[in-house]
Write a protein that binds this ligand. Structure first.
Ligand SMILES: Nc1ncnc2c1ncn2[C@@H]1O[C@H](COP(=O)(O)OP(=O)(O)OP(=O)(O)O)[C@@H](O)[C@H]1O
Length: 256
């Protein structure tokens, strides 16, 4: 059934060299609409490099990236975001000094149609747009169980909740696909379980999710398909039950 869904993100033959370190060697993968695709691999396998290239933060040496019908290679990170491709970073990037709600509202920036003067002068269209943006942000926060924290300074929240704020901010741009870079890093077991439920709910709403994650239990539990990278190469791809028993994967993780 998953195979019938259209490919929303197509990465073909991606390569990247950092001063002699071959971080990616001809990597290809597809993310289908509404699926959770796990991207795993030992430290240094090239996972973050792939996310960085797809989101436009790092430039590839070779290869192509399509998001729906758009070739992304020449587009800036914000142009890619404007097409509906969101990401989160491995290390939390909370805007200190802003509330939780304001942090999330920042993510909706690309959707705003009113300009500086309309906003500055608080003209009716700008006020209506800001109200709508606040309503949407609150609705995302309540889905993530953070509605009661909306008006607190974001930097005062515990680490696990700050990670949710970062996801909420990415969702505020109303993406069709999201790249999550180690969302469970630093979370305890209960928080990780909750995160898994959140990701599953996002998938139910039709979002395509590329999940880069070291927590293999989480990956095996929620992903429909898993791609395994090792030393910049795809060494296995398939459903979690196959990946778990693949000798190349066991060797990459455990050594011979
Ligand atoms: N900006 C950079 N400059 C030089 N080398 C880099 C740079 N970014 C990544 N690398 C190297 O590229 C390789 C792949 O790194 P990358 O961070 O993509 O791996 P990863 O699979 O995300 O690892 P981890 O799971 O530890 O986060 C590593 O050898 C890393 O040291």
């Amino acid at each position: 059934m998953a195979e019938k869904r259209p490919k929303i993100l197509k990465v073909e033959n991606l390569s990247k060299n950092f001063g002699g370190v071959q971080a990616l060697r001809g990597v290809s993968l597809n993310l289908r609409a509404g699926e959770i695709l796990g991207l795993i691999g030992p430290n240094g396998a090239g996972k973050t490099t792939l996310i960085n290239i797809v989101s436009g933060v790092v430039r590839e040496d070779a290869g192509t990236i399509f998001f729906e019908e758009h070739l992304l290679n020449e587009l800036s990170p914000w142009q890619r975001a404007a097409l509906g491709l969101a990401r989160t970073f491995q290390h939390i990037q909370i805007f200190a000094g802003l509330t939780v709600l304001e942090n999330v509202m920042c993510g909706a920036h690309r959707l705003r149609k009113t300009g500086f003067w309309e906003t500055f002068l608080r003209l009716p269209r700008a006020v209506a747009e800001e109200d709508e943006c606040r309503r949407q942000a609150l609705s995302i926060l309540s889905e993530l169980g953070l509605a009661d924290k909306a008006n607190l300074p974001a930097e005062n929240l515990p680490y696990g909740e700050q990670k949710k704020v970062v996801i909420a901010r990415a969702l505020a741009s109303r993406p069709r696909a999201i790249l999550l870079d180690e969302p469970a890093g630093g979370l305890n077991e209960k928080e990780t379980e909750e995160l898994g439920e959140i990701i599953l709910r996002l998938r139910e709403k039709g979002l395509a999710i590329l999940l880069v994650e070291h927590d293999l239990n989480l990956v095996m539990r929620i992903c429909e398909r898993v791609v395994v990278l090792n030393q910049g190469e795809v060494i296995a791809e398939g459903p979690p039950c196959e990946i778990q028993n693949d000798p190349r994967v066991l060797e990459a993780y455990l050594g011979k």
